[in-house]
Write a protein of this length. Structure first.
Length: 145
């Protein structure tokens, strides 16, 4: 029986599980929004919240603690320069999990794990194909004449 054994094992041994969580947390800090499975999002959420709380106490010691967990120096800089000041007046609850349907290959439940206040960056549509399509008939007419 699993009494008082909380948290998901994610189907991995402890070292692999820690590496997975470190990767997820680093990506959330860098990109502010990631798509993953619901189970991984629920496992990573408390770790992300703990790292952001660590970032709010800006000292050399907390910077070293965060840098020892996050995988890239850029993520550490972004945590202390951008994210922690944004949540300075908020006492916890920095993330949101949005259910996002099912994965095509295996039907796993997907979720979006995002920081509150992150802005959705819309992709710019490319209109090169339309321009090329309009130029081609003009070239064909020029070659016929």
């Amino acid at each position: 029986m699993r009494h008082l054994n909380s948290g998901s094992k994610l189907g991995r041994n402890p070292a692999h599980r820690r590496a997975t969580l470190r990767n997820l947390v680093t990506n959330v800090i860098e990109k502010e929004r990631i798509t993953t499975t619901v189970t991984r999002a629920k496992a990573a959420r408390p770790v992300v919240e703990r790292i952001i709380t660590l970032g709010k106490g800006d000292s050399l010691h907390t910077r070293r603690q965060a840098a020892s967990y996050l995988l890239t120096p850029g993520a550490t800089r972004k945590l202390f320069d951008d994210i922690a000041p944004r949540f300075a007046d908020r006492a916890g609850g920095y993330t949101r999990i949005i259910h996002a349907g099912f994965r095509i290959g295996d039907g796993a439940q997907l979720a979006i794990l995002e920081l509150l206040g992150s802005k959705l960056k819309k992709k710019e549509k490319k209109e090169k194909k339309k321009v090329e399509a309009e130029e081609e008939p003009a070239e064909k007419q020029a070659s016929k004449a």
